[in-house]
Design a protein around this ligand. Sequence first.
Ligand code: FMN
Length: 356
Amino acid sequence: MHTDTAFTRRLGLPWPLVQGPFGGGLSSVSLVSAVNEAGGLGSFGVHHLHADQIMQVARDLRVATNRPFALNLWIPLHDEPEHPVVSDAQWDRAVRRLQPFFDELGLDAPSRPTPSAVWPAYDQQIEALLEARPAVFSFVFGIPSPAILSRCQQLGIVTIGAATTPHEARLLEQAGVDMVVATGSDAGGHRVSFTDAPENLLTGTFSLIPQVRDAVRIPVIAAGGIADARGVNAAIALGADAVQIGTAFLACDESNAGRPHQAALHAPDMDRQGTTLTRSFSGRLSRGLRNRLTIELAQAPEDILPYPWQNWLTGVLKRAAIAQGRADLMSLWSGQAVGLVRHRRVAELMQSLTSE
Ligand SMILES: Cc1cc2nc3c(=O)[nH]c(=O)nc-3n(C[C@H](O)[C@H](O)[C@H](O)COP(=O)(O)O)c2cc1C
């Protein structure tokens, strides 16, 4: 593997490998520290956490690792209010649609939470993140304000934004962001476009990498559908300075994905079942394994609430589904390279990524 890149030089890392951040509670301190110990950049997704919880995560990470790590946030989308307004009728319809699943899991239908319980205040998250001062601040769904980017620069925090098109990559570079993740539609998790509806911006990773390479001069990190050394080498050959891997790390014991999710990622029939782009899990377009939840909710897309409400509702299901081992009734985020998942320990995955 070519290891002397603008990415490794800037961060002083041996390998051009990033463990992708997972929001919603799927990141873990042990995942980040295991990746760091193996010479990659570990990332922790904190978009679902309140300011004091972000500070606590940073403290826990510093106890577990003395190497650089990334904290990751979601930027509020400009065309969306912080808490999308959902009428009582809409809420009731969404709950009615999920009622058979609540019944199957022996749950009462949940009562509606307050907006601040489902969506922490972004301004407070940013202040906590700057105070925590991670080596890297990575973010998706947009560009932080010039004031925040200049504070990152003053504090020596490297900023990494995500682009789903060459145009988005150029906007990030023009704003002064240090590096860009070229995120192909193969990737697991949310489609993080910020200039158009994500359904319109579905370029695959290996088409996107050289286009983003040609569009910007800042380091490019390739993400989406890469899970082994062949993919890493191919991305670097196309001009990437590093690779960000999600699904293959999510499938490792050290992640916080939980048993049913990890078992599904390792299941031998995954290459038959495949992944789908769905709004069923969270209300925003994301890629995950096809299961009963994605198939049945797709029949009535009008009953799916906008993010974060749908995410909160399926989160209630998910907690019970994990406890009961029911992978059919929970969000199973995954990228298209799921059929390449082989390893259960970060050390083994890192070894296989770096040894070929
Ligand atoms: C469960 C899950 C949650 C994710 N959450 C975030 C997130 O909060 N922020 C982010 O920048 N990327 C997030 N991602 C994207 C990953 O960090 C990474 O870019 C992506 O998984 C790479 O594609 P791959 O899964 O095909 O390897 C998430 C991905 C998954 C699978």
